[in-house]
Ligand binder design. Sequence first.
Ligand SMILES: C[S@@+](CC[C@H](N)C(=O)[O-])C[C@H]1O[C@@H](n2cnc3c(N)ncnc32)[C@H](O)[C@@H]1O
Length: 213
Amino acid sequence: MNSKKKEWETRFGYEYTRRNMFTPSELDQLYLDRYGVTRTGMNHEFLDLLDRDIVILEIGSNIGNQLHLLHNMGFKNLYGLEINDYAIKKSIKLHYGLPIYVIKGEAIDIPFKDSFFDLVYTSGVLIHINPNNIGKVIQEIIRCSKQYIWGFEYFQDEGYKQIKYHGQNNMLWKTDFKKLYLKNNPELKLITEKLYHYRENNYLTDQMFLLEK
Ligand SMILES: C[S@@+](CC[C@H](N)C(=O)[O-])C[C@H]1O[C@@H](n2cnc3c(N)ncnc32)[C@H](O)[C@@H]1O
């Protein structure tokens, strides 16, 4: 087993989950403090055009808060794929009774048929995939989506930069992930993209993008 995959599956993933145990409205507040716009505000800007009946998959859904915010916007068919058991357990408990279904699995081998979902997305997950595996993960995401691919990830205009994450190497990278999708996949086209700058740190920028197949 790849040791960094094991980190997310075990202690590191557990500690991340404990540190980020927000309610959906606390998550919105965190985005507001960080970028000057709530996550719900960003979601409206990108997804308002989509039918609320579409089937959506989040890769790396942690405790399910992003899915919960989509549910609050009216989306009704929400799935999560998550590698960490503790996060899955919390997710099931926190969103009990909502149409949010989280299963265990890995981004590199998504356990669903081709085009099973209308939209597949990541939020802060491609940044944690080793560059040696990113091509395969991107192909898996494209394979499982019938129409849309949505992403929110750390942004770096040029190159692929590794950053230390909680003192560890080989856990976090940033690049222009939208470009990685578009490279070698002529069936994809960019619908919208936007950069979000951290209010307190001019050097940090995240990118949201919506692609169509
Ligand atoms: C930084 S968190 C982001 C959580 C959530 N998407 C959000 O925006 O709040 C990354 C999540 O992805 C999960 N993860 C990391 N590598 C994964 C992989 N290869 N396959 C599936 N999930 C993964 C982690 O366990 C963690 O829950």
